[in-house]
Design a protein around this ligand. Structure first.
Ligand code: ATP
Ligand code: MG
Length: 667
């Protein structure tokens, strides 16, 4: 059974696995410990992860990033129209009521929804993990930002399902990092908690969590998010300044040329990273557009000045998290940072100044979240034994339930899960009803939600409710925020107060007064039948739920399409391998029959065989460039029929010579 944690980043994703009694971050096919969160489409196949990145600039129209930010969104969502559209280089499109991308794939115009795109990428991560572990991967834990809402979480779960991943938990990024922190600390206090502030600033967003640790348990006390704050905002500052500079100096407008803009963005990111370690960084882009080469030098001081509005904003989220946790700076014992953008010196300085503390470096900035996710998976998986550590996370947005007014009750809503309610958590609500009724769940404060996310969570139809004894039934509804942070109604039933006859044991008076005699030692035991009232469940009700998960038929269609695309990718890779093998054989054999194998081939066929080998190589470069795998295999087999015996004769003669040498040596 696989135990895998995926840190799903908007720019790059990290995979950690539990094995050999420890947690390892694994490398992908090009030995990188993080995989670009990109998918791209080609004429013959898809390119996922690293291979999408390699072709990004040349194939930007068919490359889709921001997979995490697109999850659960619609095309007309203000967040998409006003923001994300600037970061996705492919054209965005509406697919099955969701935002997706329109690309050219296999020579045709195709569109894929965000859930499909995310599934493709998760499928790639799954394949990388399973290649490394050498077992099929299914059980996993996937991380999401704590600010993800119901619809976004369900989109990730749907995507995981499409590629056969059994997500044991969607865990909030910082809960995962905190788990990794807590489980390795052997000196956690028994009673007075150690309070740690965790700060994650990545590519597109910024999260802070204040977490209390005691031995064997962590409790998230408060969180805060700035969902439009991260590395790409800093890159954008550099892009805008340099674009201005290039306009003046080189008379070019990079914003008018998508490819030029993509190249400038990449250069700006490199420059920004360099400025984290150096006072100055050069930017050089050859032939950016209109055949012009551009260059500039950026000083760290300039960058800090250009981005000063972002640096001042850094503090706000820290203050909010502290406020939400009901703590003061003086309550914080340690500060831990993760995410690539916390490498920016001015950010580090702001965090350190805010908490009036040196930043600790217990965690690996790039890997802590994936490690925590793998640990969480190990704890949930029956296949692995891990020291128990309780993760007490909290919900981010209060949730209310609403219903139509009835004569039985005046209220029409209740906050079922309030701020900082623990997660997972179950509540039982009581309704007096004579007929079936509808409940609707909403986020209680829509203004707190990420832009464009609807406050609607789900609708639950409580069926088959009937009056009881001529009056309304007392219906209990069990509502749960589950381990993924997703809401569901897990049951509904009618209860009734019923009278029961119960046998009650009585002791005689002497014993009651207590004469120092223990039970059985004295006092006669008496029994009495009493009538007692008890509330009991009398019937269950069906609950029909409408949620923001995709409909079953859409998921099934996506599963089918995904498996076809995956099979096609596999076939293309296998075909490419067969072609390379044939080409290699052609070149190699041609040289060898003229060289070391020359004496072992029948002179009558030698010339003809050489011609055949040459012809195959020429054919590959010509009409044989793109044919079925079987054609390459057949041709290779045909050549080997002639070449095989030659190689065999050579080998036999070599063997004989070796045996002869050995014999001589012995004699
Ligand atoms: P998100 O958390 O938004 O989903 P992510 O998890 O993919 O994104 P990370 O891998 O944590 O993001 O961080 C990537 C960001 O960190 C990029 O914007 C990158 O430019 C930035 N970054 C990485 N190294 C440095 C550095 N040395 N100096 C400044 N920024 C850096
Ligand atoms: Mg991240």
């Amino acid at each position: 059974m696989s135990v895998v944690g995926f840190d799903l980043g908007n720019l790059q994703s990290v995979i950690a696995v539990a094995r050999n009694r420890g947690i390892d971050v694994i490398c992908n096919e090009v030995s990188n410990r993080a995989t670009p969160s990109l998918v791209s489409f080609g004429f013959k196949q898809r390119f996922l992860g690293e291979s999408a990145k390699t072709q990004e600039i040349g194939n930007f129209k068919n490359t889709v990033g921001s997979l995490k930010r697109l999850a659960g969104r619609r095309l007309d969502d203000p967040e998409i129209v006003g923001n994300e559209v600037n970061y996705v280089t492919a054209e965005l499109a509406e697919v099955d009521g969701q935002v997706g991308a329109a690309v050219n794939f296999l020579g045709e115009s195709r569109s894929f929804s965000n859930v499909q795109l995310l599934a493709m990428f998760l499928g790639k991560l799954k394949e990388t993990a399973s290649h490394e572990l050498k077992i099929p991967v299914s059980d996993c834990v996937i991380t999401v930002p704590g600010w993800f809402t119901e619809i976004q979480r369900r989109a990730v779960l749907d995507a995981a399902q499409i590629v056969g991943l059994n997500c044991l938990r969607l865990v909030n990024d910082l809960a995962a990092a905190s788990l990794g922190y807590g489980i390795t600390k052997t000196d956690l206090p028994e009673d007075k908690p150690r309070n740690v502030a965790f700060v994650d600033i990545g590519y597109s967003s910024y999260s802070t969590a204040i977490v209390s640790f005691v031995k064997g348990q962590l409790t998230v006390r408060g969180t805060a998010y700035d969902i439009h704050f991260g590395g790409r905002a800093f890159d954008q500052v550099i892009v805008e300044k340099l674009a201005e500079h290039f306009k003046e100096k080189f008379k070019i407008d990079v914003f008018s040329n998508k490819k030029a803009l993509i190249r400038l963005r990449a250069a700006a990111e490199r420059c920004k990273k360099m400025l984290s370690a150096n006072p100055q960084a050069p930017v050089n882009i050859e032939s950016i557009m209109d055949d012009k080469d551009v260059s500039a030098i950026v000083n760290r001081a300039d960058f800090e000045d250009w981005a000063s509005h972002l640096f001042t904003r850094t503090e706000l989220t820290l203050a909010k998290a502290l406020e939400n946790s009901g703590m003061a700076v003086s309550d914080i014992d340690a500060v831990e940072i993760v995410g690539g953008s916390t490498r920016i010196p001015a950010i580090k300085a702001t965090i350190s100044k805010f908490f009036n503390k040196e930043i600790s470096t217990t965690l690996n900035q790039d890997e802590a979240i994936s490690r925590g996710a793998a640990l969480q998976c190990a704890m949930l998986s029956p296949a692995f034994k891990v020291r128990d550590f309780r993760v007490q996370d909290i919900i981010t947005y209060p949730i209310k339930l609403q219903w139509a007014q009835t004569p039985e009750d005046e209220d029409t809503e209740i906050i079922a899960f309030n701020r900082n309610n623990s997660l997972p958590s179950t509540k039982i609500l009581t309704f007096n009803r004579s007929k079936p009724f509808l409940l609707e769940a909403y986020y209680a404060y829509p203004e707190e939600l990420p832009t464009g996310i609807s406050s609607w969570i789900g609708q639950y139809n409580i069926k088959d409710v009937e009056p009881v004894n001529g009056g309304p039934a007392e219906v209990k509804v069990k509502v749960k925020i589950n381990i993924h942070g997703v809401l569901s109604v897990i049951g509904a039933y009618t209860v009734e107060e019923k009278e029961f006859e119960e046998e009650v044991k009585l002791k005689d008076d002497k014993t009651k007064e207590g004469e120092g005699k223990g039970e059985g030692e004295g006092g006669e035991e008496k029994k009495e039948i009493r009538k007692v009232k008890k509330v009991v469940k009398v019937r269950d009700h069906n609950v029909v739920s409408i949620t923001s998960s995709l409909a079953r038929n859409i998921i099934d269609r996506y599963i089918e399409e995904e498996s076809q695309m995956a099979a096609n990718d596999k076939l293309i890779i296998a075909t490419e391998a067969a072609k390379n093998a044939l080409e290699e054989y052609g070149y190699d054999m041609r040289d060898k029959i003229m060289g070391p194998l020359s004496d072992y081939i029948d002179p009558a066929i030698k010339e003809r065989f050489a011609d055949d080998l040459n012809a195959v190589v020429d054919w590959i470069y010509d009409e044989g460039d793109d044919v079925h795998k079987s054609v390459y295999l057949e041709k290779l087999e045909g050549l080997k029929k002639v070449g095989g015996p030659v190689v065999e004769r050579f080998r036999e003669s070599e063997e004989l010579a070796r045996a002869d040498r050995q014999l001589r040596a012995v004699c």
